[in-house]
Design a protein around this ligand. Structure first.
Ligand SMILES: NC(=O)c1ccc[n+]([C@@H]2O[C@H](COP(=O)([O-])OP(=O)(O)OC[C@H]3O[C@@H](n4cnc5c(N)ncnc54)[C@H](O)[C@@H]3O)[C@@H](O)[C@H]2O)c1
Length: 318
């Protein structure tokens, strides 16, 4: 079943707004026949031009492997959900973030989509449990939450509900990989999933810093743009800590842990990095990077930053 789903069969997109149109680009660029539906005639009329404009932009940065016209030839704009879902291997729901609407759409999709189709929602915060739990086909329902726009931000969070069949979640990961995205499995339906929880942690602190007069909005954005964000576009926060301290993340936690705990406590957060937790994080990092390779990974990080900095210089002077 998984292999069949991972083929480049038709993908249906329900909701042709920002995310729906961006997904149409993702799937058609990867060779999938793509049908995008929207109930609003104005949206349906606008979609072909929007796709063409964005593909032209992507082509100008050499980010397409095929002519834009071939990619757009795979996309059709349709009026009804049944047309979008016909023969689909995946239906990606991209309608507004409203619970009653998602409930209604999933109920319709469960009755019109082929029994083998995966039904995924782009939902930013609502878990599949909140809108698909009552459906007879709930085992094929889950959330596939993209970054915006997904044709540039490749990570996509695959969030199964407790009732989602494991082979459906696996097939969904395979299909999005096939579509050129980078799926990450989220093991629990926590609010905000992983992407927005991380984003939220930074944003909450940024608001506090502005409130307390510690720094201006622009200066906080600058610290991210010319500091943390630059590094985080190459490596994540765990790898950053691992590479910033000789001895790796265990040494980092020992040295910096107490200060971070104090900063959290100042904000009313009491989630200490216990010995067991640090041991687990260390275990996962050492599995990924044995300490004997630490120096060469640091050198790799620096070379990646050099590339980025050189590109930023070029962009600033052009
Ligand atoms: N915009 C983002 O940054 C972002 C990122 C990740 C996920 N999401 C999620 O993706 C989903 C779509 O967000 P968006 O930003 O594209 O919204 P949007 O408002 O740009 O687009 C929603 C589209 O859905 C259409 N629509 C309305 N009712 C519909 C119905 N009954 N059936 C089908 N289509 C219908 C609208 O006409 C509109 O074109 C939301 O769940 C949102 O939370 C958004």
């Amino acid at each position: 079943m998984a292999a069949e789903r991972a083929s480049r069969g038709p993908v249906g997109i329900v909701g042709g707004g920002s995310i729906g149109v961006a997904f149409a680009i993702v799937f058609s660029r990867a060779g999938f026949v793509t049908r995008i539906q929207d109930p609003d005639p104005g949206r349906r009329a606008a979609i072909p031009d929007e796709i063409a404009r964005r593909l032209a932009d992507l082509a100008s940065f050499d980010l397409l492997d095929e002519p834009a016209a071939l990619i757009t030839s795979r996309v059709s704009v349709v009026e009804t959900i049944a047309e979008a879902a016909a023969d689909a291997v995946l239906v990606q729901e991209c309608a507004p973030e409203q619970l009653p609407l998602k409930r209604e759409l999933f109920s319709t999709l469960d009755s019109v989509a082929p029994k083998t189709a995966i039904i995924a929602s782009a939902s930013s915060a609502l878990p599949a449990s909140s809108f698909a739990a009552e459906l007879s086909g709930r085992a094929r329902c889950l959330v596939a939450h993209p970054g915006n726009p997904p044709y540039l931000i490749p990570v996509i969070e695959i969030v199964p509900a407790p009732f989602t069949a494991p082979d459906v979640a696996n097939a969904c990961v395979a299909l999005f990989t096939d579509a050129g995205l980078v799926p990450v499995r989220v093991n629990a339906e926590v609010e905000g999933f992983v992407f927005n929880r991380l984003q939220g942690a930074v944003l909450r602190e940024a608001y506090c810093l502005v409130r307390d007069g510690v720094a201006s909005v622009e200066d906080i954005d600058r610290v991210m743009r010319d500091g943390l964000g630059l590094r985080w576009s190459v490596i994540g926060p765990f790898e950053t800590s691992d590479l910033n301290t000789r001895g790796g993340i265990a040494a980092h936690a020992k040295k910096m842990g107490p200060a971070y705990v104090r900063m959290g406590a100042e904000r009313g957060q009491h989630d200490p990095w216990t010995e067991n937790l640090v041991a687990e994080v260390t275990r996962q990092r050492r599995e990924k990077l044995p300490l004997e390779n630490w120096e060469s990974r640091v050198a790799w990080r620096d070379r990646m930053l050099m590339r980025l900095v050189a590109e930023r210089r070029r962009a600033a002077s052009s």
